[in-house]
Design a protein around this ligand. Sequence first.
Ligand code: NI
Length: 251
Amino acid sequence: MRKGRIAGIPAWKRGLLVAVIGLTAVGAAAGIRAREAEDGSAMAMGDASGEERQRSSGPQTKVQSAETKKIALTFDDGPHPRYTQKLLDGLKERGVKATFFLLGTNIEGNEEIIKRMAEEGHLIGNHTYYHVDITKLSQEEACREILDTSKQITAITGQPVEYIRPPFGNWDKELECEVMMLPIFWSVDTLDWTTKNTDQIVQKVVKNIEENDIILMHDSYDSTVLAALRIIDLLQADGYEFVTADELILE
Ligand code: NI
């Protein structure tokens, strides 16, 4: 029941998206929506296309399963000076790419961590500066929240920021800022910040996981980092491939 909730994504390419300035209705165009607010259980849908773009082409050690099942781990509210590094170490060991939606307030002092995220191939997105509900702000304030955060990230990574996870899952699709952002929601909310219980987080994800799921976690807790790495080990063994979230919402 989680699948097929996407309302048709135009065949835009990412490069094109960043080039377009001042367009509106980004959220609507992306056709993704949260069912409920962040930090409650929520649902969003990514790519519904069954086509697999990347197939392993390594030596034929065993019969390949028909298709790779892709899922994405996403981490909000970071970076955290300690736990994000630990997470990055674990992701690197496992060859996994993840997505980080950063808070502007957590950028200063964590520049090296952010640079490392980019260098190691993770997707870096925007989570506003002060973790605000975009829909409760004036357009000017909302844009400042987004643009200030993106600017800081870009100053560190040298790369444009194209994606946003709006706090609480509240996105104003009429918002017109100088730079267009695509919202990325989620389909599995681990509620990691409420339980801080590694086993519970792991179970919640592993029991209910489906192809193309986008999993919401927070890299501000040791319990989450441990859970994320265990989830990777369990699901990789089950044939899942971890990709950055943009791969599940575009094309
Ligand atoms: Ni958040």
